[in-house]
Every structure is written in structure tokens, then in C-alpha cells.
Design a protein around this ligand. Structure first.
Ligand code: ATP
Ligand code: MG
Length: 107
């Protein structure tokens, strides 16, 4: 049996520190608690989590696997070699994460 402990970080306003604390919790749980930790960027509109781990323009990301029902979700999991944290980044392409016109987005 695999024990998992999901957690979600949300705030009522932008720029409050969600991405920073998510990154740091990922590092804490991995390094200090010895837990396999996956941090997923749930910010579909301006994802920046990957930058905290030095990941830029990930070819496979949360957006691409959400768009392709046949995609293997594990292909969007990257392991940060410095910390050992597993990261699921969003797309760095602003056109993938922003609707072209209001109300016409994919998400
Ligand atoms: N504890 C803190 N003390 C001081 N500055 C902080 C702290 N946490 C985050 N910051 C700074 O605040 C800014 C916003 O942080 P962050 O990107 O983590 O917030 P966010 O809630 O994810 O923002 P967004 O809503 O835009 O996604 C960044 O410049 C970050 O370096
Ligand atoms: Mg953020």
C-alpha cells in the first residue's frame, strides 16, 4: 500500500507567496522528511513553479497532458537533480495558457 498526503496551496489574492511556499515545502519534505514529493503547478494561467527549479520551456507539461487524453501523465514529471523534488510544470508558452479571446480558452 502506498500512503499519500495531498495538499493544495491557495490564496484569495495574487502574489501572496503560493509558488514560493510550494517550492520550499517540496524541498523540505524531500530533504528533511525523506518523502517522495511531487509539486504540481496548478496555476493554469501564469505558471512559474518550474522556474524555481531551473526548468525552462518544458516540452511536456501539465497543459500538454491535459490537452492529450492519450498522454502519459508521468512524462510531465521532472526530477530536480539538486533537491530530488519531483516537479510537474505548466507550459511556459503564454499562448497555451491564455485564451485567445475571452471565453474561448481550452480550460
Ligand atoms: N515569505 C516571503 N517573504 C518575502 N517575500 C516573499 C515571501 N514569499 C514570497 N515572496 C515574494 O513575493 C513574490 C510573490 O511570490 P510568489 O510568486 O510565490 O506568489 P504567488 O502567490 O505564487 O503569486 P501568483 O499569484 O502571481 O502566482 C515573489 O517576488 C516572492 O519572491
Ligand atoms: Mg504563483
Amino acid at each position: 500500500m502506498v500512503d499519500t498526503m495531498p495538499g493544495i496551496i491557495i490564496t484569495g489574492r495574487g502574489g501572496a507567496g503560493k509558488t514560493t511556499i510550494a517550492s520550499n515545502l517540496g524541498v523540505y519534505f524531500t530533504r528533511e522528511e525523506g518523502l517522495d514529493t511531487v509539486v504540481i503547478d496548478g496555476d493554469l494561467f501564469l505558471p512559474k513553479l518550474a522556474f524555481h527549479f531551473g526548468i525552462y520551456n518544458p516540452a511536456v507539461n501539465l497543459h500538454s497532458i491535459l490537452k492529450d487524453p492519450r498522454a502519459n501523465p508521468f512524462s510531465a514529471v521532472y526530477r530536480d537533480p539538486k533537491t530530488g523534488v519531483y516537479v510537474v510544470p505548466g507550459s511556459s508558452n503564454i499562448y497555451e495558457s491564455r485564451p485567445e479571446k475571452p471565453g474561448q480558452g481550452s480550460f
